[in-house]
Design a protein around this ligand. Sequence first.
Ligand SMILES: C[S@@+](CC[C@H](N)C(=O)[O-])C[C@H]1O[C@@H](n2cnc3c(N)ncnc32)[C@H](O)[C@@H]1O
Length: 403
Amino acid sequence: MAVGIVPLRREEQHLNLVPKSDIRFRQTNSYDGNAIKRLYHADNIDVLNALTFDADVCGKVILIYIDPPYNTGGAFETRDFKHAYNDCFTIQNYLSFMRERLELMHRLLSDEGSIYVHLDSNMVFHIKLMMDEIFGMANFKGMITRKKCKSKNFTRKTYGNISDYILFYSKTDNPIWNRPYEEWSDEKVLKEYPYIEEQTHRRYKKVPIHAPGIRKGATGEVWRGMMPPEGKHWQFTPDKLDEMDAKGEIYWSANGNPRRKVYYDRSNGVPVQDIWLDYLDVNNQNTLITGYPTEKNLDMLKRIIETSSRPGDLVLDCFAGSGTTLVAAEELGRQWIGVDIGDEAVLAIKKRFKNGSKPLGDYVKKKAKQQIQLDLFEEEKLGEDNTCLGFVSTCFDFYEEVF
Ligand SMILES: C[S@@+](CC[C@H](N)C(=O)[O-])C[C@H]1O[C@@H](n2cnc3c(N)ncnc32)[C@H](O)[C@@H]1O
């Protein structure tokens, strides 16, 4: 990726802490010297706390995406067999770990902001209740079910678990929302828009010109000698319906029933629904990855960022991992703040910004040579009593590592 690096800042005076590393990245095109692009190598509780005192950030974050530990009870390694992070809490510890961070995130969000929390079935329901409390039930916008991988051939007596979940909340009832659309497939177009207008050859479908609701004002009046059916009103005023009819946009059936023509060429696409099937994490040997475990699909992050922020807005991921959110934000011209406590995560992010990612196949060859199984996560559970948090951040010693 084409980014240059400006010198490391020695300290964050206003944050009153010296992160292990705080690196600023510079966009090659239209770089705004004041843009916030920060990576903290630290425990996010300290950074989030500090950011609540940062006037450039607090109340200005438009989008938070987090993919925190899921409390799988396992430990994660990179594809190079380095320890990445532990994911082993008691439920109580996990909940207080999440609560104190989510409360701070709530404070950092702008009134136009949204938060997406990516989890699996282990903790999603616990965290849903917690988020209802912190963000308000009225601000729950939905739960996205994502297909995360191809089908599994489980030997266990249960269904293959191929999905995870993203809880989506806004701070208020006025979040940034750029409705996402998917392209129509040829098959769907034929099904949804089956008619072709003779004169123009435009493809269209027919829909009623009335809708359920109370009749009041012009939309409840007679049009062409007809009243809307019982309990319904016209979708448009009679004047507007006349105008549409004059343009040939009303279809009249043989028995004089009017219907509105909705043209395919006016459609923005299929509005995206809350089941996402196209964002598998690793698809094939050519998929570009960083080698950091639990790396998420870059296109999925781009969809979230494009939907819930505008160019120039500030995006925060305080469980940044391999930096998928940060890269997506960078590529989409957003400002960003990333935080991760892990050495391997920060290394992966730096490498990714400098050199991009490598095909999965490169790691598979290595795996064959070393005869080590990489997909140990499901099997490798730590004991019940092992309540390790594993993320002991002793100090924020600063180190200068320029690639
Ligand atoms: C599931 S991974 C995130 C993966 C990321 N979404 C990606 O695409 O690569 C969770 C990350 O949270 C980090 N983490 C866990 N506890 C943390 C803490 N207290 N402060 C900062 N980072 C933390 C871990 O080091 C790990 O990299």
